[in-house]
Ligand binder design. Structure first.
Ligand SMILES: [Zn+2]
Length: 59
């Protein structure tokens, strides 16, 4: 049983606002190549949508 979810899977649930790739696709660079890292806006948890119960209560 996997304890941790695949980071890439979680990130790819949404489209990227930076490179505008659709959900399910990896981030792309300006040249159209696969980016070495996901863009920051995409990896940042969205607290305003999705299920609020999944957000960590570390505050
Ligand atoms: Zn991106």
């Amino acid at each position: 049983m996997p304890e941790l979810a695949e980071p890439a899977i979680a990130v790819e649930q949404f489209d990227c606002p930076t490179c505008e790739v659709p959900a399910g696709s990896t981030c792309r660079t300006r040249g159209g190549k696969v980016a070495p890292k996901y863009h920051t806006p995409r990896t940042t948890p969205r607290a305003s949508c999705s299920s609020p119960s999944s957000a960590p209560s570390w505050r």
